[in-house]
Design a protein around this ligand. Structure first.
Ligand code: GLU
Length: 458
């Protein structure tokens, strides 16, 4: 049997890292088993679903390279199919019309709560044989009254639910629209999903979905309910900590591979290994190794992984991404005499954690409109001027000769290199942090360095 997994987001908010991780696990399992990964947009909640949220989902998955083999299928385009299955269930007496009024249901609920019982539908319309004309109704699924449903969950083990605890689920509202658990079931069935991998906030829905699938004569998928992702404090993940739009990670300069590597480890492990190539993740991934307990996010680890990928990925690729990031910051890297951006990447990638940081810290290579934030003591100023004179004469603009010039001038003025180099750095970069000064000078080029010195040392 061909493995078929799916990612079934509701486009009612941002695609956040919890959703992406579920998508990743489903995608990985399909890849590993040479199966198919299906994308399904669960947009039946017309009021809360937005096209913007759909775009973010598609773009987020695209950015991360989680490509789907089928879809995206939109539930809003499958309403006729749901209607047909509702009719089938009604005609087979597996579902029934319920005419109970809101008032009756809320009185029932009050009474149950007063008796300290769990509120549930009492089956009032379950055995009604007649159809009442011109009266609004919902459609309820005729859930078995006895027995139990065992969810043979791949993460949590067997989880048992008593049918007595499950009341007759509403599968269509009074306006005829199908409800969540029902559409998921019809879709998982129609799309021949073999493995449902999703957040364990859905575990309680699963016995209801299983009963519906059984009533339809459908093959049951294998379920794996993945524990939630927690904040670094072990509490519910907040927006600020990572529950926000996953595309913000891209904005902030994280690499897709780093984020994937980070996310796969939030809930899955393979020995002590931390760094995985995409191929390795696909090869090593197994549902059996998903963790049972929730994982807490760890922003430092994401930064560490991002730096690893910045350092080890193909510099050409990093250069392209940096170019985009520079553009976003309004920095033009295409000037005639500007340093080659790939050289900048090679210089900076050891020193920064994100592309954004790399872009910000490389601004000075392309823009000289900073002001030198300090006036220098007389001895340093003289040394800087002597250096300027020496640089004018220097034809061999290499790291070595630049270093040599600095050392020589420092000695000549009885200054420590540790005093002269930071001053020169301020003059040519406007900041106190940059790659080694001789390398920075080299990359800026003689003309630019002299222009900046000229401007600052009047
Ligand atoms: N649409 C559901 C959600 O976004 C997921 C349904 C499922 O995976 O079964 O939470």
């Amino acid at each position: 049997m061909k493995v078929r997994t799916r990612f079934a987001p509701s486009p009612t908010g941002y695609l956040h890292i919890g959703g992406v991780r579920t998508a990743l696990y489903s995608w990985l399992y399909a890849k590993k088993k040479n199966g198919e990964f299906i994308l399904r947009i669960e947009d039946t909640d017309l009021e809360r679903s937005t096209p913007e949220a759909v775009d973010i989902i598609l773009e987020g998955l695209h950015w991360l390279g989680l490509s789907w083999d089928e879809g995206p299928f939109y539930q809003s385009q499958r309403l006729a199919r749901y209607q047909a299955v509702l009719n089938q269930l009604l005609s087979e007496d597996k579902a029934y019309r319920c005419y109970c009024s809101k008032e009756r249901l809320s009185a029932l609920r009050e009474e149950q709560l007063q008796q300290q019982k769990k509120p549930r539908y009492d089956g009032h319309c379950r055995d009604r044989k007649t159809v009442i004309a011109n009266q609004p109704f919902v459609i309820r699924f005729r859930n078995p009254l006895e027995g139990e449903v065992v969810v043979a969950d791949q993460v949590h083990g067997d989880v048992r639910f008593q049918n007595q605890e499950l009341d007759d689920l509403i599968i269509a509202r009074s306006d005829g629209s199908p409800t969540y658990n029902f559409t998921v079931v019809v879709d998982d069935w129609d799309m021949q999903i073999t493995h449902v991998i999703r957040g364990d906030d859905h575990l309680n829905n699963t016995p209801r979905q299983i009963n519906l699938l059984l009533a339809l004569g459908a093959h049951l998928p294998i379920y794996a309910h993945v524990p939630m992702i927690l904040g670094p404090d072990g509490k519910k993940l907040s927006k600020r900590q990572g529950a926000a739009n996953v595309l913000e990670y891209r904005e902030e300069g994280y690499l897709a591979d780093a984020l994937l590597n980070y996310l796969v480890r939030l809930g899955w492990s393979h020995g002590d290994q931390e760094i995985f190539s995409r191929e390795e993740i696909i090869n090593f991934f197994d549902i059996a190794d998903l963790n049972k307990s929730p994982a807490a996010i760890n922003p430092d680890k994401l930064s560490w992984l991002n730096q690893h990928y910045l350092k080890t990925d193909d510099p050409k690729q990093i250069t392209q991404l940096l170019e985009k990031e520079m553009q976003q910051l309004g920095i033009n890297t295409q000037g005639k005499d500007s340093p080659d951006l790939q050289d900048v990447v090679m210089l900076q990638r050891e020193r920064v954690k994100t592309l954004r940081e790399m872009a910000e810290k490389s601004r000075f290579f392309y823009e000289a409109d900073f002001s030198v934030p300090q006036t220098f003591p007389a001895d340093i100023l003289s040394a800087l001027k002597a250096l300027q004179a020496q640089f004018i004469q220097l034809n061999d603009w290499t790291n070595e000769s630049l270093h040599h010039a600095l050392v020589e001038t420092a000695a000549q003025f009885s200054l420590k290199l540790g005093k002269l180099a930071p001053a020169l750095r301020l003059v040519v970069t406007g900041t106190s942090v940059s790659p080694p000064i001789n390398v920075t000078l080299h990359l800026l080029g003689k003309k630019e360095v002299l222009a900046r010195m000229e401007k600052a040392l009047v």
